[in-house]
Design a binder for this molecule. Structure first.
Ligand code: FAD
Length: 496
């Protein structure tokens, strides 16, 4: 992603880009669910959506279904779209809360088009007409991350990126200030550079092994530290959403692609063994398994600085929260686009050093992005009534960061969602999780009382009806995929 984006933005007379990767080591390969912002990234680097989807066996994603999080038997969807819409400048949920307080019990889901479409397994792209209910949502992809990486490698090479397949065994640092001058490969050769982007995954080859930058660990709030992943054959309709089901010691993902379904059990090694997690996963997937479970280990957190000297760490080398809410590829995108913006400025001072103000501004930005995502993820674990297993007992009673405590108190007391101009998850996302996980406010914004009761009832009905009608007219997800971006069957045969 980084090489493709840099090659799309900078001309060859501005920089020459070398991509070093090791086919012996390979990529982590999981990371199948994305967020809507990836469409803007793909567009910015000039990718054709239909081609990309066909090449990566992609399906559409309108949100994530969460099962069993607050209580066993619960199900809610975090949609990529709004609930209702603003009325008289007041956020919609206040009207819903007002009606609820007066005994009108309508389901919040019925005010969200992407939720209703997901429940019906329907998909159509959003409309550009802002007066249409079809403009109230966005979408992302569920794709094969290995095919996406291979596709972007091809795109990068066509744009002049020079690729070397080799294993880096060491880094040469400049004696006076510890800047990286070159990386050493297993065959004895060296590749020198002015600026290094460390995308080496959990290893953090340059940022940690060479520069010893340090890591802030968040396991006390995000206790899962392992995953067992396993694909299976598709079973039932292709859902236009990812599913995350809370389990005894973590949660299980289910991501349907055109050629297979990705599954994984993300768990805390304190509360379940690898063998037990793997056997639970195998017994709970929908279709016939296509491989044995593969284990991955991680530590939730982020690098203390993702830009250190002349190295910027992007991807797992920079940090990893955990797979819930599919934020990792998004954080890669944020890092790339932010870095490109900063690099486009006068980053280098006369003597070849980076302007320290740029470096610290970049680091602060990335920290903010990670910290805000972190709080949102912790909310899922903490806002539970479950006490049925030691993991959920721990999560329910754990101390949470002050920043999240503040957000939850404001919502409980005033039905207010802390909003910010930048950052990933905005009001509809927080609302979906608060309501979905039974965090209910004591009241609502009194301004919502300004609308006449009968008029309000009529407007709420209209919103629901417009959504229901729009969903009826949408094709099924499978019908839309078949005409928009059918994937090459070749990949299916290879898997069989
Ligand atoms: C269990 C799990 C589930 C996930 N699910 C999602 C999801 O649904 N959505 C999402 O957005 N993200 C998800 N992620 C995160 C996602 O997988 C990663 O963000 C993404 O794959 C990018 O990884 P990366 O490129 O940083 O690292 P990697 O994929 O590990 O790539 C590292 C690269 O560095 C190269 N390399 C490493 N060492 C050397 C060396 N010594 N010499 C030369 N080359 C080297 C490798 O060859 C490889 O090309 C998940 C992660 C995990 C662990």
């Amino acid at each position: 992603m980084t090489a493709a984006a840099f090659a799309a933005v900078f001309k060859s007379n501005q920089m020459s880009i070398q991509l070093i990767e090791s086919s012996e080591i390979g990529i982590v390969g999981v990371g199948e669910a994305t967020l809507p912002h990836i469409r803007f990234f793909n567009r910015r680097i000039g990718l054709d959506e239909r081609e990309l989807m066909a090449k990566t066996q992609a399906t559409f994603k309108l949100g994530i279904e969460f099962r069993d999080w607050a209580r066993l038997g619960d199900s809610y969807i975090h949609p990529f779209g709004v609930f209702g819409g603003k009325m008289a400048g007041v956020p919609f949920h206040n009207y819903w809360l007002r009606q609820r307080a007066q005994g009108v019990d309508s389901d919040i889901e019925s005010y969200s088009l992407p939720i209703m479409a997901s429940r019906a397994n329907k998909f159509a792209p959003p409309s550009e007409d802002h007066t249409s209910v079809m403009s109230t949502f966005g979408y992302a992809f569920q794709f094969d991350a290995s095919l996406y990486a291979a596709y972007l490698r091809g795109v990068s090479e066509k744009r002049g990126v020079k690729r070397t397949d080799g294993k880096i065994v060491d880094a040469r640092l400049r004696a006076e200030d510890g800047w990286v001058e070159a990386v050493k490969l297993a065959d004895g050769s060296e590749i020198a550079g002015d600026f290094f982007i460390d995308c080496s995954g959990f290893r953090g080859l340059l940022i940690e092994q060479a520069l010893k930058t340090g890591y802030d660990e968040w396991t006390k709030w995000l206790p899962c530290d392992r995953a067992a992943a396993m694909p299976c054959e598709n079973f039932g309709p292709l859902t236009p959403y990812t599913r995350a089901t809370a389990r005894e010691a973590g949660w299980q993902w289910r991501i349907p692609l055109q050629h297979r379904t990705g599954n994984g059990y993300v768990y805390s090694s304190k509360f379940i063994s690898d063998d037990e997690a793997a056997s639970k996963l195998v017994s709970r997937v929908d279709g016939k398994p296509q491989a044995d479970p593969r284990f991955l280990r991680f530590t939730a957190g982020r690098r203390k600085q993702t830009w250190n000297r002349n190295v910027v760490a992007i991807g797992l080398a920079g940090g990893f929260l955990e797979p819930l809410e599919s934020t990792s590829i998004h954080l890669i995108q944020v890092a790339i686009t932010t870095l490109i913006d900063y690099m486009s400025e006068r980053t280098l001072s006369g003597d070849g050093a980076f302007d320290p103000r740029i470096v610290s501004a970049y680091n602060r930005w990335i920290e903010m992005e990670y910290d805000r995502v972190r709080d949102f993820l912790i909310l899922h674990y903490h806002a539970t009534e479950r006490e049925d297993t030691p993991l959920w007992q721990y999560c329910r009673h754990m101390q949470i960061p002050d920043s999240l405590q503040h957000k939850m108190e404001l919502f409980r007391r005033r039905a207010r969602v802390v909003t910010y101009k930048d950052g990933l998850f905005l009001e509809p996302s927080w609302l979906a999780v608060y309501f979905g996980q039974r965090v209910m406010p004591d009241g609502y914004d009194p301004l919502a009382d300004a609308v006449d009761g009968a008029q309000l009832a009529q407007r709420m009905n209209t919103v629901r009806e417009q959504i229901a009608q729009a969903v009826t007219q949408m094709p099924t997800h499978e019908e839309f995929l078949a005409q928009y971006c059918p994937a090459e069957k070749i990949a299916m045969k290879a898997m069989a």
